[in-house]
Design a binder for this molecule. Structure first.
Ligand code: SF4
Length: 236
């Protein structure tokens, strides 16, 4: 019995989408200018890069205030089974993939397939997967500039004011909690994700990935997003 995720692994169109995206990026047609913004033209990816930079700065400030660093962490969050992303992040991740030399891209895809299989096996055994990200090269991110939002924001305590008015609080990673345990709630450095999520939702709408709040979710891991290929164009 195969332990593979049939819904994602057997998509026969993945290689077609990769080839089409490569062509659109000009890699199979020397002399043609590369696409700058994906399906919706220039602008969305540039603003996503700005948003990512703003997220990183906010994260760095919060982490610094708490004394948090990732150095020598024994709980590498690049092993965490994150899902719930957006189409625009997925497309931008693939923009990074398409810019890689072919051999490296092929290696990441091979590793991504292995990760998908390992995660499926862990889940079949009733275990939460803890498998290293396929683009992590001995501790260095191979898609650093194009990595997902969660890669930039995981660690510190953060809050999110949801559209329904509910306030969600994430306590932070185990190291952050260790640094701040015992402090009064209002004294714990906290990153407010609300305005970042709002900007991301706007970019997702502009990119065409959202027909409504629920439709904007991409319930895939990073490895699955690589195996699946660039996201299919979304219909509005
Ligand atoms: S994309 Fe980079 S930062 Fe994100 S999980 Fe993978 S290796 Fe870690």
């Amino acid at each position: 019995m195969s332990s593979r995720n049939p819904g994602r692994k057997s998509d026969p169109l993945a290689s077609v989408r990769i080839a089409a995206a490569l062509k659109a990026a000009g890699q199979t047609q020397p002399g043609k200018p590369a696409s700058k913004g994906g399906r919706k033209g220039p602008g969305v990816f540039a603003r996503l890069a700005e948003l990512y930079a703003d997220m990183e700065n906010a994260y760095a400030e919060t982490a610094h205030a708490a004394g948090l660093t990732c150095a020598n962490c024994d709980d590498n969050c690049c092993r965490t089974h994150f899902k719930h992303h957006t189409h625009v992040e997925w497309a931008y991740l693939w923009k990074g993939m398409l810019a890689l030399p072919e051999a490296r891209r092929a290696d990441y895809l091979r590793r991504a397939r292995e990760v998908v299989d390992q995660c499926a096996a862990a889940q079949a055994a009733g275990v939460v997967p803890r498998v290293m990200c396929p683009v992590n090269d001995d501790g260095l991110c191979g898609l650093y500039a194009h990595r997902l939002m969660i890669c930039r924001m995981h660690g510190t305590r953060n809050v999110l004011l949801r559209p329904d008015g509910q306030r969600q609080v994430f306590r932070g990673c185990h190291r952050f909690c260790g640094l701040t345990d015992g402090q009064p709630d209002e004294a714990v450095p906290t990153l407010d994700r609300t305005h970042f999520y709002r900007r991301l939702a706007e970019l997702e709408m502009e990119h065409g990935g959202a027909k409504g709040a629920g439709a904007s979710r991409v319930s895939l891991t990073l490895a699955e997003m690589l195996v699946y290929g660039p996201p299919k164009p979304q219909r509005r």
